[in-house]
Design a protein around this ligand. Structure first.
Ligand SMILES: [Zn+2]
Ligand SMILES: [Zn+2]
Length: 282
């Protein structure tokens, strides 16, 4: 597959999903927003453009290019013995999803990586745009990790493209402020991470932040014991964000970029006021 074709599929699919979810959020919002769109979207979408430029500049051959090369050279576990194509695609997809789960846990547990990832968590509301808000360095590291998995496992190119498209869509879906009936959420979250499931991960309470790491398939959290069904304060009343970076000025694009290299000057003032539990600085 042409790299340009791959890019058009990805960008086109992402745009459709984004618009559909943004519309859903307006028609049926799950919870009232603290800050709202006007103040957050320019930065959250600005960072997406930066991320796209950086990944294209630094890593001209994306994961899918490596997948094609790996297949030609016979690299990776799946290329050692011949498997049916559908099974290779399925195993490649699952391997990538497990790797993304493990990477997410690592970004929470390793202090240096947490500095990069906490920018995603510092959003004071959670909606479809939050699903695209990642620090450029995290995006580059994540792309390198994906490339390593593709080479080690020998993930077929079609599985890599499918995974990228699905992950982009599910990330926007599970961050959206779209309301879904409880009975439907219960069924959907058996197959894919729902907004109610991922919102727990954006709670200001640390034990909730450190749960529901899955972006795509919800099973890893259940297997590895990091699953938490609902936020203890309820979806309408829970506080979104971190104990640090609560000043709305931190939602500016330049602030997002520098957050990993700064400590929050206002942390001592704002943190204790939020909720009873947190206190432990991170
Ligand atoms: Zn996280
Ligand atoms: Zn998130």
């Amino acid at each position: 597959m042409e790299l340009n074709t791959e890019m058009m599929i990805r960008v086109g699919a992402a745009l459709c999903v984004f618009l559909a979810l943004a519309f859903w959020e307006v028609l049926a919002p799950r919870r009232a927003m603290l800050i709202g769109r006007a103040r957050r979207w320019p930065s959250n979408l600005g960072i997406v453009v930066l991320d796209a430029m950086l990944v294209r500049l630094l890593i001209p051959v994306a994961a899918v290019g490596i997948a094609v090369l790996a297949a030609q050279r016979g690299w990776g576990l799946l290329n050692i013995t011949p498997w049916p194509v559908w099974l290779e695609v399925l195993m490649g997809f699952l391997a990538l999803d497990l790797a993304i789960y493990a990477q997410h846990v690592a970004f929470h547990k390793v202090p240096l990586l947490w500095r990069l990832h906490r920018m995603h968590h510092a959003d004071l509301d959670i909606d479809v745009s939050t699903g695209l808000r990642f620090h450029p360095i995290e995006i580059v590291l994540s792309m390198l990790i994906k490339i390593a998995v593709v080479v080690l496992i020998g993930v077929p190119a079609v599985a890599v493209v499918a995974f990228e498209v699905v992950l982009n869509a599910t990330s926007m879906f599970n961050h959206s402020n779209a309301a879904m009936p409880t009975w439907l959420d219960r069924i959907v979250r058996l197959i894919v991470v729902t907004p109610d499931m991922h919102r727990v991960h954006h709670s200001v309470l640390r034990h909730e932040t450190d749960s529901n790491f899955g972006f795509n398939l919800p099973w890893w959290d259940r297997v590895f014991g990091t699953y938490r069904a609902q936020p203890q304060a309820g979806h309408e009343r829970m506080t979104i964000g971190l104990p640090v970076f609560r000043d709305p000025r931190e939602l500016r694009l330049d602030r997002l970029i520098t957050q990993p290299f700064r400590d929050d000057a206002n942390a001592a003032v704002t943190a204790p006021a939020i909720e009873s539990e947190q206190a432990e600085p991170r």
